[in-house]
Write a protein that binds this ligand. Structure first.
Ligand SMILES: [Zn+2]
Ligand SMILES: [Zn+2]
Ligand SMILES: [Zn+2]
Length: 823
């Protein structure tokens, strides 16, 4: 009989007390409309319980933490393995995490640089290493032809003219016959007359001989003497002008620079040892980007005004740290080279170039032994990055600049190389943002993970993924309270015959996504010419006014460079008067009709527990206003700020308003546990005392948009904003749903979080000018079945607020959409 995981009585979130069998060591897809309970089943039940049990099996410390993790609402789960979630959200908040550290490639590089690297003097650009006499002799016979005439020198450095007579006397007493002063040879007997100069660069000529096997003994004796006289440094020079200095200790033979001790820690920008002291390993100057300070100011600014700033993040470009030039590393770490490159130069390469570099490393037998294992590990991880459609990511790319999909695939690349088996992997929508070609490779990789003896549970709507899976679980039938049931569970070829399954209808082609009957045309364009950032080949492009334009292509083809780095920044600078540097281009023509440009992309929001729908949509400001008007609040003199969890005063200070506490697990991903002081409410006792119609501000944030729309129905301004959220299909989300907790609906987190609220805010009528909405959107987020509902709500928006074009994206490839909205 097939091995399986049995779930009994799952009731987490909207799950309706379901019993379910999930086959083990198989590729299982959970599908269904947005809000149907897919993530509640995959993440909040299966993964949460697997993680909890796994932690319980570990140390006492981990066990304590496990006790504070919320156990999922389920009667029993049998046959569960340790589980690992590879989500698109919740990447480490560590500002020093990069693609290199996430994949562990950087750890192997550090090892290689420590064991095999050569220190180069940062002043003289010469190798710094320690030499034994035998090594010097070997080096000489390698560098010079036999029978070469050589001078053996003992450098004494710069000697002041006044001190010369005494020095010469001493050298004569010690038996030396000649010196080299500023490159010229002088006999010491009789007393030489040096040209008048404040100081001279003096080297003792210890011996003159011909390189010869028979003279080997004499060479060794003279070298030892030179090293002694030169305090650890000896020089060899030929009449032809070749010369080289050798140090016994790791010191620059010319300037005396002492190299660092080579250990893996030296190359870590996460450790005080290796980090650049002026930016502390962050690579940029100014704010240190850590702690809550920046979160706080951003949060308060965003929810203190009714209209939050239109352009979140992105424009802020922290300046590169001048001390390390953005490499995050100390000078000592950067002074070490391997195969001609320092570790920061290697990190700035893409996977293909790193592979060329590491394959080109050449060592003797013992060096090869050191190289072998790390080289193999690095190459396999580089291959994985390429296969996962990330051939353009450099190792030094900061993880907080990755899109959700990219971050997920980087972590996947790491998991594949860690050769685990017997693990339950839970993934959310790995196909998001992938071109069909890259998507096929991704599926191959997932199959490899399964074939290594792991179970995969993937939340996904993509048709191809469903068809290639071993087992499909379709959740539904509707969203929220209308969902939470298993509509279908079985092999994918049978779902088409399941009458109750919307997904089945799409798979079988009985239902199809409608393409618009007529498309909007525009005779007027604005034009970008000569775009040549990154890999763009000086291209020009027209963008029609009043239309939705879709930019597509395989990973790394230049979509983001063209739209985000060039067009958006050029427009933002010209129209919004923002300080920003676009990628190089020649001209931007005919853009005068645009009144404003708004960027809607995945990255800037949703990465902290402080980002909640209420703040981002601006409704929170109104609700706080309302709470400050309650008689009890007025009596106590509470202002709207009192009801912010971003500022001191009303919030719980134990968790500083996050409601959760982050626990570092060191060798495991960080986990979040309920704050013991406020039990997730984010507020202190006094604030919670204030209630409106029986609900505190915390319980208002617990409401779904639907519930809140009813609860606040007397307040037109609040109602207006909530209705708009309902219009775009977001009624089932909770007002205070934090981004970093395990979500009830992965769609909201992966796609909706970042793109829907701003999109919806963009359609509010205001003035009569043209406005450009730029959306960096990874594919259409909602499931196949909810896609057809899309034009309905869109047309409602159009009717309400004059959105001039409602061609919704139905392509399944990665899209960077561009829409112009008439407001
Ligand atoms: Zn030097
Ligand atoms: Zn620095
Ligand atoms: Zn708290």
């Amino acid at each position: 009989m097939e091995e399986s995981i049995y779930i009994h009585g799952a009731r987490q979130n909207n799950l309706k007390n379901i019993d379910l069998r999930v086959p083990r060591n198989r590729f299982v897809v959970i599908t269904g409309v947005s809000g149907s309970g897919k993530s509640s089943l995959a993440f909040d039940t299966l993964f949460a319980e697997g993680q909890r049990r796994y932690l319980e099996a570990l140390s006492t410390y981990a066990r304590q933490m496990a006790g504070r993790l919320n156990a999922p609402l389920v009667d029993e789960i049998e046959g569960l393995s340790p589980s690992i979630a590879i989500e698109q959200k919740g990447l480490p908040h560590n500002p020093r995490s990069t693609v290199g550290t996430l994949t562990e490639i950087y750890d192997y590089l550090r090892l290689l640089f420590a064991r095999l690297g050569t220190i180069y003097c940062p002043n003289c650009d010469l190798p710094v290493r320690s030499w034994t006499v035998a090594e010097i002799v070997a080096d000489l016979s390698e560098c010079l032809p036999p029978k070469s005439r050589i001078l053996l020198l003992a450098p004494l450095g710069q000697i002041l003219e006044n001190n010369l007579p005494n020095l010469v006397k001493r050298l004569r007493r010690d038996g030396f016959g000649r010196v080299r002063a500023d490159g010229a040879i002088y006999e010491l007997d009789p007393l030489p007359s040096f040209p008048r100069r404040p100081s001279h660069l003096i080297e003792i000529v210890v011996d003159r001989l011909v390189l010869d096997e028979e003279k080997r003994r004499r060479l060794i004796d003279s070298l030892e003497l030179a090293l002694r006289a030169g305090k650890g440094t000896a020089g060899i020079a030929t009449p032809e002008g070749w010369q080289r200095f050798y140090c016994e200790s790791a010191r620059c033979a010319l300037c005396g620079y002492t190299g660092p001790e080579l250990t893996p820690t030296l190359f870590s920008f996460q450790h005080p040892f290796g980090m650049c002291p002026s930016c502390r390993g962050l690579g940029h100057a100014g704010s240190d980007g850590e702690g809550a300070s920046c979160d706080e100011s951003a949060g308060t600014a965003a929810d203190s005004q009714e209209e939050a700033p239109e352009v979140p993040g992105l424009i802020s470009e922290p300046s590169t740290c001048p001390a390390c030039k953005g490499t995050r590393l100390s000078e000592a770490a950067r002074s070490v080279r391997l195969g001609g490159l320092s570790i920061d130069r290697v990190s700035a390469l893409n996977p293909a170039a790193v592979a060329v570099w590491i394959k080109g490393l050449d060592f003797d037998e013992s060096g090869r032994q050191i190289l072998e294992r790390p080289q193999k590990e690095i190459l396999s991880r580089l291959d994985n990055l390429v296969e996962l459609g990330l051939p353009y990511l450099t190792l030094d790319r900061s993880s907080n600049t990755l899109s959700g999909g990219e971050a997920q695939r980087v972590r996947l690349a790491h998991q594949i190389s860690s050769h685990l088996s017997g693990v339950l992997y839970v993934l959310d929508e790995p196909s998001v943002g992938l071109h069909p070609r890259d998507h096929r490779r991704l599926l191959d990789i997932l199959m490899r993970l399964r074939d290594a003896g792991n179970s995969l549970v993937v939340v996904e709507h993509d048709r191809e993924t469903i068809l290639r899976s071993d087992h499909v679980i379709d959740m539904g039938p509707g969203a929220g309270t209308q969902g939470g049931e298993v509509v279908f569970s079985g092999p994918p070829d049978q779902i088409a015959n399941c009458p109750g399954s919307l997904t089945g209808l799409y798979i079988s082609g009985k239902k199809q996504i409608q393409t618009p009957r007529h498309r909007k045309k525009s005779g007027d364009f604005f034009r970008l010419t000569g775009a040549s950032g990154h890999n763009l080949k000086s291209i020009s492009a027209d963008f029609p006014y009043g239309c939705m334009t879709c930019v597509t292509g395989v990973s790394g083809s230049g979509k983001s460079t063209l739209i985000l780095d060039t067009l958006y920044r050029a427009l933002a600078r010209k129209i919004n008067n923002v300080q920003t540097n676009p990628a190089p281009f020649s001209t931007l023509e005919n853009a005068e009709r645009l009144a404003k440009v708004i960027l809607v992309d995945q990255s800037p929001i949703g990465r902290t527990p402080r980002s909640i729908p209420a703040t981002y949509t601006g409704v929170f400001g109104l609700i706080r206003q309302l709470y400050s008007q309650v008689p009890e609040a007025r009596a106590r003199g509470y202002s709207p700020a009192r009801f912010s969890f971003n500022a001191k005063g009303g919030r719980c200070e134990n968790c500083r308003g996050e409601g959760l506490q982050r626990i570092e697990m060191y060798f495991l991903p960080d986990i979040y546990v309920t704050c013991p002081a406020c039990q997730r409410s984010r507020y202190n006792r006094a604030t919670l005392d204030i209630t409106y119609r029986g609900h505190s501000i915390a319980s208002a944030l617990e409401m779904t948009v639907y519930e809140a729309a009813v609860f606040f129905s007397n307040f037109r301004a609040i109602r207006y904003k909530l209705d708009a959220l309902i219009d775009v299909g977001m009624g089932y989300i909770r007002l205070g749903q934090p981004a970093t907790t395990l979500s009830e609906t992965s769609e909201w987190d992966t796609y909706g979080w970042a793109s829907r609220p701003p999109l919806f805010r963009g359609v509010r009528p205001r003035g009569s000018n043209w406005r450009l909405n730029l959306a960096g959107v990874d594919r259409e987020g909602p499931s196949i079945s909810s896609m057809s509902q899309r034009p309905v709500c869109t047309s409602k928006i159009s009717a309400n607020s004059c959105m001039s074009c409602a061609n919704w994206l139905t392509s399944r490839t990665r899209l960077l959409s561009l829409s112009i909205i008439r407001t």
